[in-house]
Design a protein around this ligand. Sequence first.
Ligand SMILES: [Zn+2]
Length: 261
Amino acid sequence: MHQLIDSHCHWGHPRLQALQPELWQSCIAQGVGQLVVPGTHHASFSQQISLCEAHPCWHLALGLHPYFSDRHTQQHLSDLAEALVHHTPVAVGEIGLDFALDTNLEGFSIVHQEHWFIAQVKLAQHAKLPLIVHSRKANDRLGQLLRQLKFDQGGIVHGFSGSLQQAEKFTQLGFKIGFGGTLTYDRAQAMRRLVKALPLTDIVLETDAPDMPMAGQEQGQPNRPDMLPRVLAVLAQLRLEPISEIASQTIANTLDVLRLN
Ligand SMILES: [Zn+2]
């Protein structure tokens, strides 16, 4: 079987770096051979760039995450534009909208969040790069903005939570839908129905490590990229399709959308 790709892993996070080098060895042993490492804020760009430059299997993405909307500056945006040229990431991300944050706070207001999102979509369009999108309670608005901006480079909507109709709006725009640890919980019924209804060609796998712990993990333990095969196993169980078929198709989807072929 081909090596799996964790399409969303915050590899530079101190909680994961503390587990190195054993963690990467364990990834390889578990059949996880590549990671996509999304950016979150300007201060971590240089660490992320050097990590990914040191290893051809760790794919760099750079972006300004909505969690840090109150910290981003115009200078960060120009540095990002420059980094897209000099460090050739595979995507702009993780960017997006998070309406579960307190949007009454000035730094996280809808206007503020959308400002950073729109500016980065334009950078990605200009650089002809796909996006890695974070969406919480914002699927409809994100779809609307991507259409209005005529964004046509595709990407991944990661850690997706929403309806089949919302997922289809994204796939019509050339996006893949990322599923991770949440799927391993029996109680995630709506999401489990969704992964059965979506065509396999629309799905990519992720862990979002160290966030979003898997079912059965001890409280407070970080999620880890070497646990990705558990997401694959649940998907195979739900869809009643062979693990090998799901593995090879989701790998192909990730390579395709991020043009890693
Ligand atoms: Zn993330």
